[in-house]
Design a protein around this ligand. Sequence first.
Ligand code: 13P
Length: 249
Amino acid sequence: MGNWKMNGRRQEAQSLLSAVVTHAASFSDVDVVVCPPYVYLGLAVERLADCPGIVCGAQDVSAHADGAYTGEVSAAMARDIGCEFAIIGHSERRTLCGETDPVVAEKFARALAADITPVLCVGETAKERDAGRTREVVLRQIDAVYAACGTRAFERAVVAYEPVWAIGTGRAASPDEAQAVHHDIRGAVAQRNPEAAAGLRILYGGSVKAQNARELFACADIDGGLIGGASLVAGDFIGICQAACFKSA
Ligand code: 13P
């Protein structure tokens, strides 16, 4: 899953999409989601319409339904133009936009109600990790969604574990570090809903590159990646998609 964040212009968007479409046959068994900035979403949906296995996601949705919320985009609107996924609670939104756990849970619920698969981002800061609080923080972020959406919350959802200290730093979590947290996440979901846990896709995000992707994806509870910087470089993103092929084989 590629999160372009707030990068690029129309031309870069078009050439990235073209490159992914051109190479799609080399990772045809992998589910790929591209998340451009909102203004380029329509363009992306149209470009990918005839490309099986590659769909679009939004980087965020409003916590509100339609109405007087200037500047916001509702989940129903995103669905209306062909979005199938939405990133919810990315750490940049939690930190820069002050999104709290309850707000994130509200957005998660809006996505589900609009027939969009939410991709819930969870992850600890460096300070929290150093204090030995990783598990506590991540499970608190999961619990907030359960509190708002009930025990069926993760039956149709994706979780992305993105340690804040690994995002954009070039310092990815090691496969063992990431696997341990992914295992905890699946365990927490299993306690409430074993079936949802078995089918849950848990992505790892934070400095994933073509070079380290395969090693990370080889872990039992790492089902794929949420890619930031490397999703802006066609060759790197395609390499990461190809690295995921063995997982679906
Ligand atoms: P980087 O891959 O640039 O570290 O970003 C990860 C991320 O935040 C994806 O949502």
